[in-house]
Design a protein around this ligand. Structure first.
Ligand code: NAD
Length: 544
């Protein structure tokens, strides 16, 4: 049976290419010849016995992209069994070999970036420069865990009960089979990067990408195998989230989920029932603060990158901009000017500043949020219109003013190229505004006084705070953990936290010479007295 990638509205199967006449300033010259040999090769990697396929569509044009075989519940169980079998020998592979494979992956993704970016663009409709961010992020993550994995995973000495007599240490042992559930918005890096530390730690993987972006994930696995990771360590399954997701969670020892807060809650409940751990990277309504001393040029350029990257379909992108009263007019004028100059493009070249939305459902949400804001009295300072002349799912970079709490886009995540600008009078008020709502994923502060901005950052409820950048300073600093506070998630990717989540901490303590019990016929009373003396003596040392 052939179905739709998203019956709720990716594309109508009858949808054709772009409609209307192209505005000359927009580039539609790209060749949309999707490499069918590549599609066939990738799709053949899916083990599916269901006989069902779902059609994925290219957002730039609405053309069919690939009929993706769907995994049955049995297919998911078989994938988990393959992962479990592979994990036994993978956990015994020396760390140096795992690190070498990661560095090979690093080189491969840079060498094959053109093919990777083509596929990302076909599946997600984003601009090429935003597709490149994904390539770079996978390379950064691969190098980071290749170089630091040994340190993060090493056995550590701990204080034993008695000096000399009790030697305690902790091991980092793999969880076993890790389940990854990834979204469509960063189809390559959200598919691959979270799994790299899991592999480095000796786990194997069962992975369910979003139905729209299975091909990018399959290309990731092909590259992993070329880099030297054995077949069976990374197993992809495909299918509708509400069916395949729970089937996957039933089979694995830990879940790494990236997606919406609503689905994150379901994943959290299911993992709690199974008493397995999970990391949840969820939504946000991220604030950007422009302090009175900020460089207007730098802040307005940074805000454009922060708000419209991947057409705003980026978990860490900014949807609320708070500007100090004294610079509000200057900042807003420059920001709106820059937003208006952005080139929308459905091209596979680096010419465009912003690509398309991914689906009919995303376009409907963005349109609804903007129309609702206008109906309730907000002003459109830039954009505010779909652009079917560029491609069926394009929407202009949009800046709104006068957004109030009764409007949908005030506190709800739009996940599109729509941002609201507000004034603030003092920095305390700015932080209170930034901390309003229930999310806490990312925040940004623009100021010439970096020390003051750092101090302010501590008071902002967000898992990452970028100073004089929107999101990429923290996101690309892969030694720094990334994740959400409050309803934006739990757990962290990247850094030590990003690999430790995939391990169990095992304590091993060896007792020498005497047991931890009365010796040589000593009574329990005498043992208690001796222990009391020993505890008092230890209290006088600096030992913790
Ligand atoms: P989504 O929650 O609908 O889907 C995410 C993934 O979960 C998909 O693979 C989907 O198939 C799967 N899924 C759906 N229902 C499921 C279920 N019941 N059980 C298990 N898995 C299920 O999210 P979306 O709307 O496609 O993605 C956009 C959202 O993701 C936004 O809210 C965005 O902020 C968030 N996001 C967060 C991050 C982050 O790092 N914090 C990164 C990217 C996207």
């Amino acid at each position: 049976m052939a179905g739709q990638a998203d019956p709720g509205g990716r594309f109508d199967a009858t949808a054709g290419g772009p409609t209307g006449v192209a505005d000359p300033q927009f580039d539609q010259s790209a060749s949309y010849a999707i490499d069918q040999a590549l599609v066939r090769r990738l799709v053949s990697r899916l083990h599916s016995t269901s006989g069902e396929t779902v059609m994925a569509f290219a957002p730039f044009t609405g053309q069919p992209l690939a009929a993706v075989p769907q995994s049955s519940v049995d297919d998911v169980a078989a994938a988990a069994q393959r992962a479990r079998t592979a994990q036994i020998s993978w956990a015994e592979t020396p760390i140096a070999e795992r690190a070498t494979a990661l560095l090979r992956l690093h080189d491969l993704v840079l060498d094959r970036q053109s093919e990777i970016m083509d596929l990302i663009q076909w599946e997600s409709g984003k601009a090429r420069k935003h597709a490149f961010e994904e390539v770079a992020h996978v390379a950064l993550t691969a190098r980071y865990y290749a170089r630091t994995g040994r340190r993060h995973l090493r056995t550590e000495r701990r204080y034993g009960l008695f000096p000399v007599l009790t030697r305690a240490e902790t091991n980092r042992v793999p969880k076993g089979v890790v389940g990854i559930i990834s979204p469509w918005n960063y189809p390559f890096t959200m598919a691959v990067s979270d799994g790299l530390p899991a592999l480095m730690a000796g786990n194997t993987i069962v992975h369910k990408p979003d139905s729209q972006t299975v091909l990018s994930a399959l290309l990731g696995v092909e590259l992993l195998e070329e880099a030297g990771f054995p077949a069976g360590v990374w197993n992809i399954v495909s299918g509708p989230g509400p069916e395949t997701g729970p089937a996957l969670i039933d089979q694995v020892d830990y879940v790494c989920f990236t997606g919406s807060t609503a689905t994150g809650r379901l994943v959290g409940r299911q993992t709690a029932d199974r008493l397995i751990g999970c990391s949840l990277e969820l939504g946000g309504k991220n604030p950007l603060l422009v302090l009175a001393d900020a460089s207007i040029e730098r802040a307005s350029a940074g805000a454009v990158r922060a708000c419209f990257s991947s057409a705003g379909q980026l978990c860490v992108s900014m949807e609320r901009v708070y500007v100090a009263d004294s610079v509000y007019d200057r900042f807003v004028r420059r920001f709106v000017e820059r937003a208006g100059q952005m080139r929308l493009s459905a091209s596979l070249s680096f010419e465009g500043d912003m690509g398309s939305l991914v689906s009919v459902a995303q376009l409907a949400t963005v349109t609804r949020h903007v129309e609702d804001a206008i109906d309730h009295g907000a002003s459109v300072l830039a954009g505010g219109r779909p652009r079917p002349d560029v491609g069926p799912l394009f929407y202009e970079p949009t800046v709104l003013e006068g957004v109030t709490p009764q409007m949908l886009c005030f506190g709800g995540e739009t996940f599109g190229p729509v941002v609201s600008v507000y004034r603030f009078h003092d920095e305390q008020e700015a932080v209170a505004l930034a901390n309003s709502g229930s999310y806490g994923l990312n925040a940004s502060i623009f100021s010439r006084d970096v020390n003051r901005a750092r101090a302010l950052a501590r008071t902002v409820k967000a898992g990452t705070v970028n100073i004089n950048e929107g999101y990429s300073a923290t996101f690309a600093s892969v030694d720094a953990p990334m994740g959400g506070m409050r309803e934006s998630g739990q757990g962290r990717r990247q850094g030590a936290e990003g690999i430790h989540r995939y391990t169990e901490t095992q304590s091993v303590a060896a007792q020498r010479l005497i047991p931890i019990a009365p010796v040589l016929g000593m009574s329990d009373r005498l043992w208690a007295q001796s222990m009391t003396m020993a505890l008092r003596a230890l209290r006088k040392t600096r030992r913790p």
